[in-house]
Design a protein around this ligand. Sequence first.
Ligand code: COA
Length: 137
Amino acid sequence: MTSFTYTTTLDGLAADHLRGGFFEGWPNPPTPETHLRLLQGSSHVVLAWDQEQVIGFITAISDGVLSAYIPLLEVLPAYQGQGIGTELTRRMLEQLQSFYMIDLLCDARLQPFYARLGMQPVLGMVMRNYEHQNGEA
Ligand SMILES: CC(C)(COP(=O)(O)OP(=O)(O)OC[C@H]1O[C@@H](n2cnc3c(N)ncnc32)[C@H](O)[C@@H]1OP(=O)(O)O)[C@@H](O)C(=O)NCCC(=O)NCCS
């Protein structure tokens, strides 16, 4: 069985490690360079690696006091269904355990995935500016 490694820092990370095809299905996806920038701007990250390639990631942004929000979680399609998404989320929730509010948004079909890790469903509101989906200025 292949074993993957998990890291919580960006030491040594370059855009070239992020060229596996993230943001699958996004009409206007961020480039690997922009992906690197959003990882650098996050307060917390967990990366999953297969050798020299990042194959999954999860980010959080936080006020450092009460609240943390998890905007992004993705595992490359070829690596899905092997527990990597669960492990990324478990490790992120562990990093965030001292916060009062830990929030994320997901489709209804993914609610059981997060419920297994102790989260509960709520109602929410969002706004999306699709012209900014690729993260370019
Ligand atoms: C969601 C995602 C991160 C899960 O990663 P993964 O590594 O495949 O997840 P795991 O292997 O840990 O799966 C754990 C369980 O969740 C379930 N699950 C995983 N992805 C699912 C999905 N898209 N829909 C419904 N259930 C899902 C699996 O059936 C599995 O259950 P099982 O162990 O009983 O078979 C991955 O499917 C992905 O990157 N999807 C595209 C991006 C996305 O939707 N991100 C979430 C944004 S909120």
